[in-house]
Design a protein around this ligand. Structure first.
Ligand code: GTP
Ligand code: MG
Length: 207
């Protein structure tokens, strides 16, 4: 497989595609976007990044037949083979780096590196393939990384958030929200929810 990294056209970003980091930035925070195959991880990083995100998309080919489970995402033509990378400037001194994980099982070995140093994670779920997110949730729980879960709405039969929570058997303390990963504001709200969740966990641990 010919694999290259590429910078995708930034269609929804407001900043310059190559906005340099201001000298005043002293703190970098890392957040991972994880979840099953085709759930919208790359889409979310693209939506919110202020720079042209680095993506590692490859065309899905005949070689993947029988390996890649396309049920429910038949229109998908590319897949992430390493990771997505985006950036959001929070204020004059802090930036958020976003790392989108590859969704396919054969690339899961890369997740260790993606989680290293991460402050927290967003787990995207697609209710047509709910079980695909179990691996991500299990890993985050096991390693004690704070996370929120976001139901990326593909317009499928509507489930209430409490039904999704019950189906995931999600800890009541873990925030669950709904989003459209294609929409910048919606994706941003998910990240804000994660940051607020991390903040409340930190405050709860403070003496
Ligand atoms: N209708 C709808 N389509 C979406 C949404 N989010 C993503 N998509 C589409 O779903 C497809 C898959 O999205 P990706 O962002 O590539 O998914 P991914 O999780 O990065 O996939 P892998 O890296 O292969 O695991 C793309 O064609 C998106 O345009 C959404 O919220 N609604
Ligand atoms: Mg992807």
């Amino acid at each position: 497989m010919h694999s290259t990294t590429s910078e995708s056209p930034a269609t929804e970003q407001t900043g310059s595609p190559t906005s340099p980091l201001p000298d005043s930035v002293a703190q970098a925070l890392k957040i991972a976007v994880v979840g099953g195959f085709g759930v919208g991880k790359t889409t979310m990083v693209r939506s919110v990044s202020e720079i042209r995100p680095l993506t590692t998309e490859e065309n899905m080919t005949q070689a993947g037949v029988g390996v890649d489970d396309l049920q429910g995402v038949e229109a998908k033509t590319t897949t992430t083979v390493a990771f997505d990378f985006g950036r959001i400037t929070l204020d004059a001194t802090s930036v958020l780096y976003l790392f989108g994980a590859p969704g396919q099982e054969r690339f899961w070995f890369l997740w260790d590196r993606l989680f290293t140093g991460a402050l927290g994670a967003v787990v995207l779920v697609d209710t047509r393939r709910l079980a695909d997110c179990f691996y991500a949730i299990d890993r985050l729980e096991a390693q004690g990384t704070p996370f929120v879960v976001a139901h990326n709405d593909f317009g499928e039969a509507e489930y209430s958030l409490s039904e999704v929570r019950a189906a995931l058997d999600l800890d009541p303390a873990v925030p669950l929200t709904r989003c459209d990963a294609r929409d910048r504001d919606s994706a941003k709200r998910v990240l804000i929810e994660l940051v607020e969740h991390i903040r409340s966990l930190v405050l709860a641990q403070a003496p």
